[in-house]
Design a protein around this ligand. Structure first.
Ligand SMILES: Cc1cc2nc3c(=O)[nH]c(=O)nc-3n(C[C@H](O)[C@H](O)[C@H](O)COP(=O)(O)O)c2cc1C
Length: 326
């Protein structure tokens, strides 16, 4: 009997296929479908640091004449956003028996970090921090930005006992070094990578518009390189693949490269819970065919340290001869 259970940040998951944070994981009927299809864990829709701070600041700006009421609104609104989110986490937790990971989308180690304790109290099994701020200050050093990320992770990890994962962008100068830093500051998992809205340009109307919110399967190749390299160079931290995981084949590639889990989002929007069931079936079939009795037996089998020619992960430039062949 094939066992596709995995360990992710100390949590026991019945399968490596997770539902990524999105609007779908804020819907109780959907998370129940995902569980039935064999999902290993649910990452709940994020609460945004920005959302709390901006709403509160907007209301404050509307009430200059009554500073006391502004203070009251600030407090009321913040508490309300928080309470609504905690109710969501508790409701998802009641609905499913797989681990539930709450998510906060943040960019600073501000006051909001106290909120992590309340999430833990609401019953979340883990917390995913989606940290990102678009760098627009040309005088700010990248080291300073990375330090801010590490501060958030440290501040949050110190307050809670549940494991903390960090969902990151792929755009760090030294990605393995940065992941190693996240580990040293308390992260138990890293989600590689977040996918952002991109601006696109409509040349007919000569205007900028938001590009497709959904990924294509080819996008998973970018994280495949880093999954292979980071899993080899930074042992002792669990990696979860996100972006472009549309099916079981892509999930298996990420696991062979070193991922402990994979996260699906676009596939769930496009094909619903069936994409989870199909990926789980594909993983089972692969293991049966290849004679693996646990995921751990093949996880990282093809990572940077385990393949004969690690240069395959290092090749980045198109050399002249290779370019001519293309
Ligand atoms: C409609 C939509 C909503 C999303 N909401 C969140 C969110 O609240 N928090 C978060 O961390 N990621 C969010 N994401 C990003 C996904 O979790 C995921 O990382 C990204 O879509 C890449 O995975 P995919 O290729 O499977 O879509 C959202 C993505 C989409 C398309």
């Amino acid at each position: 009997m094939t066992d596709i259970s995995v360990n992710y940040m100390g949590l026991k998951l019945c399968s490596p296929v997770m539902a990524a944070s999105s609007g779908l994981t804020a819907q109780l009927d959907r998370v129940a479908e995902f569980e039935k299809a064999g999902v290993g864990a649910i990452v709940v829709k994020s609460l945004f640091e920005e959302q709390i701070v901006n709403e509160a600041e907007f209301l404050q700006s509307q009430s200059h004449d009554y500073p006391e009421s502004a203070d009251y609104l600030h407090h009321y609104l913040r508490q309300n956003s928080i309470d609504r989110y905690l109710e969501l986490v508790t409701a998802v937790k009641r609905k499913v028996s797989v681990p539930v990971i709450a998510s906060i989308n943040c960019y600073s180690a501000g006051e909001w970090t106290q909120f992590a304790k309340e999430i833990e109290g609401a019953g979340a099994d883990g917390l995913e921090l989606n940290i990102y701020s678009l760098p627009l200050n040309i005088y700010k050093k990248s080291d300073e930005i990375e330090r801010e990320y590490l501060n958030v992770v440290e501040k949050v990890s110190r307050q809670i006992k549940i494991p903390v994962a960090v969902k990151i962008a792929s755009t760090f100068t030294n990605l393995p070094g940065f992941v190693n830093g996240l580990k040293a500051h308390g992260a138990k998992g890293v989600v590689m990578f977040n996918r952002f809205y991109s601006p696109d340009i409509d040349i007919k109307r000569v205007r900028v518009f938001p590009a497709d919110a959904f990924s294509s399967p080819e996008e998973s190749l970018r994280e495949l390189r880093w999954m292979g390299i980071v899993s080899a160079l930074v042992p002792g931290i669990d990696l979860s693949a996100s972006t472009g995981v549309h099916n079981g084949t892509i999930a298996l590639k990420q696991i062979l490269a070193g991922a402990s889990t994979v996260q699906m989002c676009t596939a769930l929007y496009k094909k619903g819970a069936d994409s989870i069931a199909q990926a789980v079936a594909d993983i089972n079939l692969f293991m049966d065919t290849q004679g693996f009795s646990s995921v751990e037996e093949f996880r990282g089998k093809l990572n940077y340290s385990n393949i004969e020619n690690p240069g395959k992960f290092e090749r980045v430039q198109f050399m002249k001869t290779f370019g001519n062949k293309v």
